[in-house]
Design a protein around this ligand. Sequence first.
Ligand SMILES: Nc1ncnc2c1ncn2[C@@H]1O[C@H](COP(=O)(O)OP(=O)(O)OP(=O)(O)O)[C@@H](O)[C@H]1O
Length: 372
Amino acid sequence: MSIEIKNVSKTFGDFHALKDVSLHVESGELIALLGPSGCGKTTLLRIIAGLESADRGAVLFSGRDTTNVHVRERQVGFVFQHYALFRHMTVFDNVAFGLNVRPRSQRPSKAQIREKVMSLLKLVQLDWLADRFPSQLSGGQRQRIALARALAVEPQVLLLDEPFGALDAKVRKELRRWLRRLHEELHVTSIFVTHDQEEALEVADRVVVMNRGQIEQVGSPQEVWDNPASPFVYGFLGDVNLFHGRAQNGDVSIEGIQLKTGDASQNGDAFAYVRPHELDVERYSPGAELNAEGQPRGIVARLDRAIVVGPLARLELIAENGSKEADNTSAADPIIEAQISAERYAELGLREGDTLVVTPRRARVFVEGTSA
Ligand SMILES: Nc1ncnc2c1ncn2[C@@H]1O[C@H](COP(=O)(O)OP(=O)(O)OP(=O)(O)O)[C@@H](O)[C@H]1O
């Protein structure tokens, strides 16, 4: 079942939770709604489910307007962060619940229900827990049972709201992989809400990045990671260094380094985003920061802290003479973050306090709110 969200707006009092949101979800797709707390992800999910109504706009399932379709008729399955399984029911009865409460005329026979529930429990690899009660399960197991329960009624759409939010990092990672595999098997059109960018990028076919009630970008994980459409998306997806500079006649100057923007029409304040792994690092020697024309090509900085874990070395540097500001803060933060391999770190023989030259290999420049 495809889902079409058309110009949906929602206010709570005078607060605009969703502002003219439009999105098309293909049948069988797995979509992640990603964004910071309060950006409207859950509100959008609840409107799709029919648990909340939009002030304006419409939600269409396979081209059919759902405005007047009750939540019970929408054939939607839910999994929430704290999905309350019925505590007094066994795992088996929890999964069977949606089938057992159907009107007699639509209810499958006891044997059919048994077969269905056991096959779902096998699918989530927990058939050996059928007779247990929820309190006897781990958090990860409970979420898998919640998913089996949502799937029991054969929903056309599966909506998951931070389904792994309450679990520890290792279990989350396992469940993520597992959800992806399950989706590949079942192909139920699924939308899941998360504020964890790694989770969204790893699991989803497409990621919808939201901010303040609006969609900032929609794309495959690779598209949004490689080509963030806005400064917000850049900052939200992974660590990033933000440098301030000026754009003039198509050239942008950041820390004295000239970057070509290819857009001569943009003059004004410029913001350059550089990911830690896009910075080259070498030892400083006089002139090492200059190119053949004597222009700066790198930033001279002192190695303040080096964190070497496994194959990677994360370097925190302080520019000798910089205007670097940390992402997402208004206060000036002089730290430049670079990431190199632990091997390269050892090869350079670096120590905290050393002076280095840091050169951006790649930078994404936005001029006064427009990309260049
Ligand atoms: N019933 C409500 N009454 C008033 N305000 C609400 C209501 N539901 C949501 N909001 C507000 O709308 C905004 C969006 O909420 P929503 O739950 O959709 O955000 P979210 O992106 O899912 O955030 P989180 O990741 O924290 O769950 C928030 O500022 C929230 O306070």
